[in-house]
Ligand binder design. Structure first.
Ligand code: AMP
Length: 303
């Protein structure tokens, strides 16, 4: 049987979020939750993460309803599930982290079930680079590894992050993170610098302005889907990364043209995530809406 499954390592969390127009308390979030749900529309997804005993049955059901493999989800008594509180500024483009409670993730040593050690596709979703690197150590000959990160790690674990970048096929970050890591204001030049750091290819996301791919076979840029009812941008990056590797796994090819098509799937998927809190709209609308938005993006990009 063909194995095109995606191992997703990252956080499974509860978030409390405030936007200029609304707020939500203690909702399912975390980089691995968003990413694995996004993967699930394209290829089999398996999570490696940890939660506390406060993690709700309902949220387990939400993940398993989409077929997400939970063998690698450790549920441990003692401390609470990772918690993050964020607040968005008026234009939604800036957010402040108001609180991060590591809880059960403190000193977490990821355990990768034997059955997942041969995962061909690996998404190291946002989490500390040291633990991301340990997960990668445990995987035998992956076909394609995607790395996502955030400004926190660029600031507090830059050396570990730079070491890890050299081991991945694709690094994904947003424009401000790229500028910080590359030490350069011109985002195009950032892409080149990050590839020189050792990432085989790089995607730099620019929110509602699209995303750019820097690859040995060339440069590519894609427009964002024009979202008019932005509810909560949380998880846009994670679901972009999840859909991207999910699509690559579905095609089971890793060349430049496949990554371009994967960016279309990623852009469409992320645009649905931001139209609700948590992943609710994506879970509700599914692959049909993703396909509709992919077609729309193709249409608006034709000259
Ligand atoms: P994004 O909006 O794509 O950057 O991802 C937001 C998600 O990342 C939220 O659901 C948070 O629970 C999670 N998150 C926030 N900070 C961290 C962190 N330091 N490590 C891992 N996950 C985090």
């Amino acid at each position: 049987m063909k194995n095109n499954s995606v191992l997703v390592y990252g956080s499974v969390a509860y978030d409390s979020i405030e936007t200029p127009f609304d707020k939500a308390e203690y909702i399912l979030g975390g980089s691995a939750s968003y990413a694995a749900l996004a993967v699930s529309f394209f290829a089999p997804a398996n999570i490696v993460a940890i939660v506390g005993s406060d993690f709700k049955e309902d949220d387990i059901r939400r993940l398993s309803a989409r077929g997400v493999g939970l063998e690698g989800l450790e549920i441990k008594d003692g401390k609470q599930t990772f918690f993050w509180r964020g607040k968005y500024h008026h234009n939604f483009n800036k957010r402040d982290t108001l609180e991060t409670r590591l809880g059960i993730m403190e000193n977490y040593e990821p355990k990768i079930p034997q059955s997942l050690c041969n995962s061909p596709y690996v998404l190291l979703a946002n989490s500390g680079p040291e633990s991301q690197s340990k997960v990668l150590d445990a995987i035998k000959n992956p076909k394609f590894v995607v790395l996502d990160t955030m400004n926190l790690w660029i600031e507090i674990a830059q050396k570990e992050l730079k070491d890890l970048i050299k081991r991945v096929d694709l690094l994904i970050l947003n424009d401000s993170e790229a500028q910080e890591l590359a030490g350069e204001n011109n985002t195009i030049v950032c892409g080149d610098i990050l590839r020189e750091m050792g990432a085989k290819s790089v995607i730099i996301k620019k929110g509602e302005h699209g995303a750019m791919l820097f690859h040995e076979s060339g440069f590519f840029t894609i427009a964002s889907y024009p979202v008019r009812k932005l509810v909560d941008p949380t998880g846009a990056g994670d679901s972009f990364a999840g859909a991207l590797i999910g699509h690559i796994a579905k095609e089971d090819k890793t060349d430049f043209e496949t990554i371009k098509r994967a960016m279309l799937a990623a852009t469409a998927t992320a645009s649905i995530t931001v139209e609700s809190f948590s992943c609710l709209k994506l879970e509700e609308e599914g692959i049909e809406e993703i396909k509709k938005r992919e077609n729309f993006i193709r249409e608006i990009s034709r000259i």
